[in-house]
Design a protein around this ligand. Structure first.
Ligand code: KMH
Ligand code: ZN
Length: 276
């Protein structure tokens, strides 16, 4: 395939409620359906958070397992659990999704202000997470919100806590983190070790401008309601699938082909291929 781009859909996240958008999936069935629709639209990776019965963010591995089981009945997409949880979750709880049987997990590489709140990721916790991820044969996606986080990411790879060449995500445009600008993205990408793969998650109105840049620069793309609820100015996306569809159209515009699930597994060096 020529110039394939891996599209990740982040379906729900930990911060949003139905007040912001009525299209947010909350129950395991709703999340599984949102995942199926995102994959049908062209996503190969699903970034997962889960909610409890009251719709509150949760790290409960039982709910993660239920969501994963339901998604695998519908699609063999690559599943990535969040170990970021919400800013209120304990470090102990944030380790729990690793037991749910996903192929990938997020690995946040530093602390950052989420505007008024602190998303804490002290070095000992990052190392503990990295070790458990590696022991379980899970592929980490290193989340980078700041230039200093990139230094941490590079150190994790250098120390073998993350296997080389590494896969990184640049989360740009969070209020409190690095701004979503071309200059910042080029700075980050320019510092990557040879062979490392990368993807970008532009937050809010930055989702598609950042995706367009990543497509031109040879990176991969994350979209979805977790990061952005709007399809266009003032128009709510009626689900992550609509944002994926827009990312697919943008990919073609820049001469990139959305990678199939099989191709994405190959690009990410994943061996597991669960049949639905
Ligand atoms: N919600 C994003 C700002 C994670 O889940 O580990 C970051 C994120 C990280 O998706
Ligand atoms: Zn997340």
């Amino acid at each position: 395939m020529i110039n394939p781009v891996i599209i990740t859909a982040a379906l729900v996240g930990a911060e949003l409620t139905r007040k912001e958008t009525p299209y947010l999936p909350l129950t395991p069935d709703e999340i599984a359906e949102a995942g199926e629709r995102a994959v049908a639209a062209g996503a190969a990776v699903l970034h997962l958070h889960v909610r409890d019965r009251k719709g509150r963010p949760s790290c409960d591995p039982k709910i993660f397992r239920e969501v994963i089981r339901k998604i695998r009945k519908r699609t063999n997409a690559i599943l990535q659990v969040s170990t970021g949880g919400s800013v209120h979750d304990s470090f102990t709880d944030r380790l729990k999704p690793l037991t749910a049987g996903a192929e990938m997990a997020s690995l946040n590489s530093g602390s950052v202000n989420f505007w008024e709140e602190v998303f804490a990721n002290p070095r000992p916790f990052i190392e503990k997470l990295a070790r458990q991820i590696q022991k379980k044969g899970i592929k980490p996606e290193i989340e980078v919100y700041d230039l200093s986080h990139l230094e941490v990411a590079l150190s994790l790879i250098e120390q073998g806590l993350v296997l080389s060449p590494g896969h990184l995500q640049f989360v740009l445009g969070i209020k409190g983190g690095l701004n979503a600008t071309e200059e910042n993205l080029r700075l980050l990408v320019g510092r990557l070790p040879t062979g490392a793969s990368w993807t970008v998650a532009g937050i809010g109105r930055h989702q598609f401008p950042m995706a367009a840049l990543a497509l031109q620069m040879g990176g991969h793309v994350r979209v979805g309601l977790e990061d952005n609820i709007y399809l266009g100015k003032g128009v709510l996306a009626q689900g992550s699938h609509e944002l994926v569809k827009k990312a697919v159209a943008l990919s073609h515009q820049y001469g990139r082909q959305p990678a199939s699930i099989v191709e994405s597994r190959r690009l990410l060096n994943l061996s597991l291929d669960p049949t639905p």
